[in-house]
Design a protein around this ligand. Structure first.
Ligand SMILES: *[C@@H]1O[C@H](CO)[C@@H](O)[C@H](O)[C@H]1NC(C)=O
Ligand SMILES: *[C@@H]1O[C@H](CO)[C@@H](O)[C@H](O)[C@H]1NC(C)=O
Length: 197
């Protein structure tokens, strides 16, 4: 029978304690298995309860709003599995090149959308359709947007950051801007003519 000798540091001669190691081993193995399955179980439960877009990092705020962080993930496309109760999406610092039509149509509660620091060169018509009145802030700064396509912004009423794009400030941009329902602050920093209101 295996046994471990634990010598206690005593001044006086003290008795040695013999602990049956096989008991300890069996006990800790059981504990280990139990812990392992508990951890796995809670991970699975957690995942099911708070679904998140693959590879992204999700947090739930007290108000019930979900925040999905997919920043800096080398993404080339907008993920299609963003949970429908999401309030904020951070897709900044990726390599996304386009926003297709209805890309965010399944997200009726979205308040903030950050697409800054990507490689967006075009926004297809109806790109932001479905976001409607919930969206308050749209960040499209630091992309490669050249042509302003008012059809992309159809139905949107949000504060948008459009800075740091190689905009072609031609007539079409000037003609288009007054028809787009964006807040005036969107154009802060632009040396565009004042269209009046
Ligand atoms: C999200 O989608 C599920 C399943 O389609 C639906 O039951 C739920 O009501 C939706 N939630 C929101 C907040 O729209
Ligand atoms: C707009 O985007 C620029 C460039 O990314 C950033 O420096 C600036 O702080 C942003 N403005 C707002 C109001 O978020």
């Amino acid at each position: 029978m295996l046994s471990a000798q634990i010598i206690l540091p005593c001044a006086a001669p003290c008795p040695t304690m013999a602990l049956p190691v096989h008991m300890l081993l069996r006990h800790s193995l059981m504990m280990c298995l139990l812990l392992h399955s508990l951890v796995l179980m809670s991970f699975c439960l957690h995942h099911a309860a708070t679904s998140c877009s693959r590879n992204c990092y999700c947090t739930e705020s007290d108000g019930g709003g979900k925040t999905v962080r997919c920043s800096n993930l080398q993404l080339t496309e907008i993920p299609q599995d963003i949970p429908n109760d999401t309030r904020r999406v951070y897709l900044d610092f990726n390599h996304i090149t386009a926003v297709p039509a209805n890309a965010f149509a399944g997200l009726p509660h979205l308040v903030e959308l950050d697409l800054s620091h990507n490689e967006l060169s075009q926004l297809e018509p109806k790109a932001f359709r479905g976001l409607g009145s919930s969206l308050q802030f749209l960040d499209l700064s630091s992309n490669k947007l050249v042509k302003f396509n008012p059809e992309a912004f159809e139905g949107l009423r949000a504060r948008a950051n459009l800075t740091n794009n190689p905009w072609h400030c031609d007539c079409s941009l000037q003609m288009a801007l007054p028809h787009v329902d964006l807040e005036p602050a969107s154009l802060a920093g632009y040396s565009l003519p004042d269209f009046g209101s």
